[in-house]
Ligand binder design. Structure first.
Ligand SMILES: Cc1cc2nc3c(=O)[nH]c(=O)nc-3n(C[C@H](O)[C@H](O)[C@H](O)COP(=O)(O)OP(=O)(O)OC[C@H]3O[C@@H](n4cnc5c(N)ncnc54)[C@H](O)[C@@H]3O)c2cc1C
Length: 506
């Protein structure tokens, strides 16, 4: 049965997902759609989600947000990557950076030249050539598009921010562009008797909100797509067994480092996210392998600064909805599925789903083809990120707890087994063309977790040993020089985007 013309969009939920969705639709389709967002302060939001990946810069650009203004409003800091501590083995650490390491020559990635030099007797770490690692070590940050006058790319970055402030910031943006906000608790959902499409939601106080298209941003509840439309959930916890988190803020770090830290624990891992006015911390763990009490102790003992409250529990099941758009309703945010925050991908998934939905948004008629395309592309993206996350757990030599033994020996998807085998044999990355994570990410995480490739690309043998040594030395010197010219992260923030005084006092 065909859809009527879509004139009225109803977004249910006002967390990060709801307000990103509202802001983007208002900006890009606001002229032809009436947009109403329904949320309930009494229910509140999940209240976590402070680390991002560089794609967020594109979202902010589409919305026309000013970076400094947005960072001031959210107490934000810059992020060059994630430091993984104790993952491949206890005592190991590496930075998964957002940038390239060194410089590719022709079509051959830098890590092949580095691998050749190691094989020829010059032991070193790939990260000795990483601009991002050097900047992170020195707690430096600045805008650097490329290194000197070379073709080497500069600092790629994302942000850490206070997510509730981000949602407020986007709320002001969206309301300023005509989005109507309705406060209330959704009690029931109405469907058309013939088509099964959603027609309206009814609030607890009896008000009815009608719409032509609905976006479910109700978080883990998935009130519309899950409950009302009955779309099932695909559980991936056999590969990603963490199912709980405890989150707690602590005092600001003495030095604001420009990276997230993810430290492996006995039954999960702990995050540390530096903001200007406080530090975000949390322990993501598997209830099958530890108790809530032990998990809370682990979190508190692992804090670098004084806790500013009691740990707050959150439960989740890793996985995704069987489909992301059914009838005239799409789910965006936690309602669409959840991949744990190890690589800070949830806000990115919100953003990519919103932009995909806008690109495929039905004007009228039967949207079956657009829906199928949307569902296929969202499914592929979820699976790619899933594999990348599993890699961190599975590629380990740790046997020191039941949790790590499970992760090390579990069966993983064939798609991931192939990628690990290819890299181990040849240093090559078998990445899907539209994979969110670039070759540089796969290389860093596979090396960082412990695979040293058995070989390098034979094209890296084209240069003589002397030329190779000179190339490596030059790249390192130029990179070191570029980092020496960067201001400290603290100075950069103080100069361009100090957090609003009200936040610092909070
Ligand atoms: C432990 C943890 C750590 C995370 N860390 C990161 C991170 O570092 N980076 C990252 O990108 N992401 C992270 N995420 C994910 C991130 O928090 C979410 O993707 C993001 O906050 C979006 O949430 P949401 O808006 O979908 O849901 P919520 O924040 O839960 O919002 C749901 C909304 O729906 C409303 N609602 C629900 N039911 C009703 C009802 N009956 N009537 C009316 N309104 C209703 C609520 O009031 C609320 O406004 C993390 C998630 C978890 C669990």
């Amino acid at each position: 049965m065909g859809q009527p013309e879509v004139r009225k969009l109803v977004i249910v939920g006002g967390g990060t997902a709801g307000w990103i969705t509202a802001a983007a639709f208002a900006r890009l389709l606001g002229q032809r759609l009436a947009i109403e967002l329904v949320e309930s302060e009494a229910i509140g939001t999940v209240g976590v989600g402070e680390a991002t990946i560089p794609q967020i810069i594109r979202l902010n650009a589409i919305l026309g947000l000013d970076e400094n203004e947005f960072l001031r409003a959210t107490s934000g800091t810059f992020k060059l990557g994630i430091e993984f501590v104790d993952w491949g083995r206890k005592g190991a650490r590496y930075l998964h950076t957002f940038g390239d390491t060194g410089m590719a020559l022709g079509n051959v990635g830098f890590h092949h030249y580095w691998r050749r030099s190691v094989a020829e007797g010059a032991p070193s770490s790939l990260w000795e050539w990483s601009l991002h690692q050097m900047a992170a070590d020195g707690a430096r940050f600045g805008k650097l598009d490329r290194i000197g006058n070379t073709s080497m790319t500069g600092l790629a970055y994302a942000y850490h921010f206070d997510a509730s402030r981000y949602a407020l910031f986007l709320r002001a943006y969206a309301e300023g562009r005509g989005v109507t906000r309705t406060e209330g608790i959704v009690e029931s959902v109405e469907r058309d008797g013939e088509s099964g499409d959603l027609t309206a939601i009814t609030l607890k106080d009896g008000r009815r909100v009608e719409g032509d298209f609905f976006i479910d941003c109700t978080g883990f509840r998935a009130l519309l797509l899950g409950e009302a439309l009955g779309v099932g959930y695909r559980d991936w916890s056999k590969w990603l067994p963490c199912d709980r988190a405890l989150a707690v803020p602590s005092e600001r770090l003495p030095v604001l480092v420009p990276y997230t830290r993810a430290t492996a624990r006995d039954a999960g891992w702990q995050w540390r996210i530096p903001l200007q006015h406080r530090t975000g911390n949390g322990h993501v763990y598997s209830s099958g392998f530890t108790s809530d009490e032990d998990a809370a102790d682990t979190l508190v003992q692992g804090l670098d600064t004084k806790a500013l409250g009691d740990p707050r529990p959150i439960r989740f099941t890793t996985g995704r909805r069987e489909s992301f758009w059914a009838h005239n309703c799409a789910a965006i945010g936690l309602s669409s599925g959840f991949l744990e925050p190890l690589e800070s991908t949830s806000i990115h998934l919100i953003q990519s789903h919103v932009s995909r939905l806008i690109q495929l948004f039905p004007r009228s008629g039967d949207p079956a083809a657009m829906r199928a395309e949307y569902n296929a592309r969202c499914s592929a993206e979820f699976a790619q990120i899933r594999d990348f996350l599993i890699l961190h757990y599975h590629l380990t030599t740790r046997e020191d707890s039941e949790f790590w033994r499970y992760c090390r020996h579990m069966e993983v998807p064939d798609s991931l087994t192939h990628k690990m085998a290819l890299f181990a044999a040849s240093g090559r990355v078998g990445r899907d063309v539209d994979d969110l994570f670039r070759d540089a990410s796969w290389v860093q995480v596979m090396l960082g977790q412990g695979i040293m490739p058995a070989d390098h690309d034979p094209m890296a043998d084209q240069v003589s040993p002397a030329q190779l040594a000179e190339f490596l030395a030059n790249v390192k010197t130029i990179t070191q020089r570029a980092v020496a010219g960067l201001p400290s992260h603290e100075d950069y923030l103080a100069r361009h985007c100090p957090a609003d005084a009200s936040l610092l006092a909070a």
